[in-house]
Design a protein around this ligand. Structure first.
Ligand code: GUN
Length: 301
């Protein structure tokens, strides 16, 4: 029987756990506070930010929305970030991505104070987790690790293929999967990791995947991972999320990178799309916000 790795249900459990922790916390300390900067009105970004605000409300985090017009200048975004960095009542800061083409995303991510960088996208947090130090982990990779851990999927010495090399998802999950679980951060998962990407020839991609105990795919190419590329019993984590027109119904539909119908007959465990990795990203954002609030209050910064 293939196990469906239900991220929606797991994220609800995590949010309820966090809600209980925050309930206790606010008896002594201020309510955790998250600031979300949303530039423009891209429908997908608006949906993501709405989900983040709803989750914050549920767990007891104050979430402020800072809406900026799509023609805002880079220096105005930087100014908004600097103000939030200096505001001692703000714990976490995030800027919803993608940003308009005229804005340098890397510069924006790096402007967020490393202690408030709830997305873990700043150069300091990326450097820290790459060096096995305690860091604010980027939320999607963090959510994938939580799915793996809470479903007792063995990673020690196992073969993992990561398909994709994006800096916010694929690179960090590849890093976290292969590093040492005994180091300071305890985040490593001790796997043998192969990274495939758009220039990996398709026959090589298939060969690497067939050897994998765990496939993590984050490409946005629907149907890339087919049943004949999967070892029986393997775990499949699908981070892809693409809107297509369903050929059968003619209606819009969200799909991942994996041919779910066929692959789910072979895999040992598989995330659905939607309802797999997506909700976990939001749950881990809430966790990161509380982690910051706790660290800041205990250190009085
Ligand atoms: N856009 C897509 N995913 C994310 C995310 O995890 N954080 C932010 N800030 N923007 C995103």
């Amino acid at each position: 029987m293939t196990k469906i790795l239900d991220g929606k249900s797991l994220s609800k459990t995590l949010n309820l756990e966090l809600k209980a922790e925050i309930n206790e916390w606010v008896k002594k300390y201020p309510k955790p506070r998250l600031a979300c900067i949303l530039v423009g009105d891209d429908p997908a970004s608006v949906t993501y930010v709405t989900k983040k605000r709803e989750a914050a409300e549920l767990v007891g985090i104050q979430c402020d929305l800072i809406k900026l017009n799509s023609d805002v200048s880079q220096s105005d975004i930087l100014q908004a970030i600097h103000q939030l960095n200096d505001d001692v009542s703000v714990d976490g800061i995030l800027v919803q991505l993608p940003l308009p083409e005229s804005i340098n995303e890397r510069m924006i991510c790096n402007a967020i104070s490393e202690n408030k960088d709830v997305d873990g996208f700043s150069i300091i947090n990326v450097g820290k987790f790459c060096l096995d130090m305690d860091a604010l982990l980027p939320c999607t990779p963090y959510g994938i690790m939580e799915i793996i851990k809470r479903n007792n999927i063995e990673t020690f010495g196992r073969n993992v293929v990561v398909v994709g090399r994006s800096k916010n998802v694929a690179m960090p999950i590849a890093m976290l999967m292969h590093t040492d679980g005994k180091h300071e951060s305890q985040n490593g998962m001790d796997a043998t990791v192969t990274i495939c990407h758009r220039y990996t020839p398709s026959d090589q991609l298939a060969n690497h995947c067939r050897n994998a105990d765990i496939i993590i795919t984050a490409t946005g190419v629907p149907g890339l991972i087919k049943a004949d590329m999967v070892k029986p019993g393997a775990t499949i984590i699908d981070v892809g999320l693409t809107r297509i027109t369903c050929p059968e119904t003619g209606k819009p539909k969200l799909v991942g990178d994996v041919d779910f119908k066929e692959v789910s007959k072979i895999a040992g465990a598989i995330t659905p799309v939607p309802g797999g990795v997506g909700p976990m990203t939001v749950a881990m954002l809430m966790r990161n916000t509380f982690k910051i609030a706790r660290n800041r209050s205990l250190l009085s910064i």
